[in-house]
Write a protein that binds this ligand. Sequence first.
Ligand SMILES: *Cc1c(COP(=O)(O)O)cnc(C)c1O
Length: 228
Amino acid sequence: MTMIGDKLQQVQARIVTACTAVGRDPASVHLLAVSKTFPAEAVREAHAAGQKAFGENYVQEGVAKIEALADLRGQLEWHCIGPLQSNKTRVVAEHFDWVHSIDRLKIAERLAEQRPADLPPLQVCLQVNVDGGANKSGVAVGEALALARAVAALPRLRLRGVMAIPEPAPVFAAQRALFLLAGAVFEQIRAAGIEVDTLSLGMSGDLEAAVAAGSTMVRIGSAIFGQR
Ligand SMILES: *Cc1c(COP(=O)(O)O)cnc(C)c1O
């Protein structure tokens, strides 16, 4: 077993333990391996150990890796999880499978317009700012449902759910409470009749609190690939 393979197993074991603690089925939590700052060869190693979904923050870096791993393209799922500027939407629409960081309609409209017709719809999540910090990315909680309705109506995109990156909290219960705010937005969108299935919550340091709050996709970088 390679070192990355070992780390992947350890993270999978953490997911199982976290699910068991709250009575959830471990199969309901997907693992997104966040490979930002690590080379394409690290992704190749993780893939050889059975990992399929990878997350990248920086568009240029992500596209370079997608191209370096073109031989595996059909077997990998690439997720863009970083802040997205207007001038980067075309390259994202052309290369990635998912975008987690939709925080305004303009970005979603550009992605819809630029998604090539020969590719499946781009799978998207709305990034919600659950802490309320004015300079943090993400749509405000009170504006998320309206954005969800607008995004769900766009062609070439499929709205899958909600993503959030709350600040680290001092104790488990407080961290879980922040994640639950994102869960509430997810439930509100679902209650409005929009079909969503993805709650993208949790990183290396707070995976357990995210799972306790209902996360269906944890985004794990350092616990798999090492410190950046
Ligand atoms: C870097 C990053 C992660 C992974 O963080 P780790 O603490 O390394 O697990 C997850 N989500 C986003 C949006 C990130 O930028």
